[in-house]
Design a protein around this ligand. Structure first.
Ligand SMILES: [Zn+2]
Length: 390
């Protein structure tokens, strides 16, 4: 057993609401945090830190919980630069969208998919993300979906079966047949690798009845629901998510008052993904309206090659503060403790005794700099499970 104290922290974000200044961030100034093996065992004033085997001087910088990126799509192959370039240049572009990535992913070897995944995971880790969820959804056959989940499960516990991303092109004339596959043979093959089941509930993807059938079948197999809901238009996704006690309704860009009431009445987290609105020049989700209604909000990247190709949670924090009405404190909370809530986890997203020692060191005197200095690589240290990896 080995212990390490990180001392001389100007601002320590603990996300422990019982600590400091009445902020949900549980801020401690002139702080220290003590790690033993893979866990946090002590936080407090730096001058009172107990003796430890090792000591790291934070030099007046900020320490916060590692980001919890609760929504990404990282098992894929191929590239959609031309599609993005055309969209941002105002030129028409008639490619297949998700179907383009499906074709490239099916054609890729296991090794290529895994190399791509680990590349983006290490990219995210260097930017302070210590927990990530990722999904299937670019295979859309029994074998390709199960393969994606098997590869993802080798790298994270937070694996989501998204056979219901779009109706497979192989079933273009038989969507009911595809729902039967997703809830039958494909689910049987995928469930052993996944914790979660997800569905893209949207016009052109899956309607409310189809989404309910898919999520209910997944629950019967022991998977817990999360939903791509109300991204492009009003629809039944958010209320279905709350009804089925989904851990999260993701996107939440187009919400009615009834949708917000539903979220406020349950424990389903609203996960906002501003990288998608940025990358598609779409309307921002109204975080302020959700927060004022008492809804728990998470912030995540939605990292995927089509609609949000960023692995930077810090960038999403800056967007949320600039364009979605969140305060810097709220955005930092949503990207750490909020992400943990969206994964129904209490062992991550906070720095309190008993939590995993997943920490990010910022070269800044306060966490506010994540929004105040957008685009600047402030992360200068990352610990995951008590081990320093940057
Ligand atoms: Zn997504």
């Amino acid at each position: 057993m080995s212990s390490t104290a990180i001392t001389d922290i100007a601002t320590l974000v603990t996300n422990d609401p019982s600590l400091g200044q009445g902020s949900p961030l549980g801020l401690i100034q002139d702080a220290a945090v003590v790690i033993e093996d893979d866990r946090v065992v002590w936080t407090g004033e730096s001058s009172k830190a107990p003796a430890t085997d090792n000591r790291v001087d934070a030099g007046g910088r900020t320490v916060l919980p590692g980001f919890v990126d609760s929504h990404s799509h990282l098992v894929f192959a191929g590239d959609r630069t031309a599609e993005f370039n055309a969209r941002m240049s105002g030129r028409p572009y008639h490619a297949g969208g998700i179907r383009t990535t499906v074709a490239a992913t099916r054609a890729a070897s296991d090794g290529e998919l895994e190399a791509n995944l680990t590349r983006y995971l290490s990219e995210a880790l260097r930017q302070g993300t210590t927990t990530f969820e990722t999904k299937s959804g670019y295979g859309l056959t029994v074998a390709d979906e199960a393969r994606a989940l098997r590869i993802a499960a080798a790298h994270t516990d937070e694996v989501t079966y998204l056979g219901a991303h779009i109706v497979s092109p192989d079933y273009a004339d038989d969507p009911a047949g595809y729902v039967a596959l997703v809830t039958g043979e494909m689910l049987d093959a995928c469930a052993p690798y996944a914790r979660w089941i997800d569905v893209f509930c949207e016009k052109g993807a899956f309607d409310g009845d189809q989404a309910r059938a898919i999520l209910t079948a997944g629950k019967a197999k022991g998977l817990h629901p999360r939903v791509h809901a109300n991204q492009l238009s009003h629809g039944p996704g958010v209320q279905l998510a709350v009804e089925l006690d989904a851990a999260s309704a993701d996107h939440c860009t187009h919400l009615t008052a009834a949708d917000i009431d539903a979220l406020a009445s349950g424990r389903t987290v609203a996960t906002l993904l501003p990288g998608a609105e940025f990358s598609t020049r779409a309307q921002w989700p109204d975080a302020r309206r959700l927060l004022d209604a008492g809804v728990t909000v998470a912030l995540s990247t939605d990292c995927n090659p089509g609609s949000s190709f960023t692995s930077s949670v810090a960038f999403c924090i800056a967007l949320a503060v600039r364009d979605m009405g969140m305060t810097p404190d709220e955005a930092v909370w949503s990207a750490t403790a909020g992400g943990a809530a969206a994964l129904r986890r209490t062992d991550i997203g906070r720095l309190a005794p008993g939590a995993y020692a997943d920490l990010t060191l910022l070269d800044a005197p306060s966490h506010v700099h994540l929004a105040y200095r957008p685009g600047v690589p402030l992360v200068t240290g990352v610990w995951r499970r008590g081990t320093r990896i940057l």
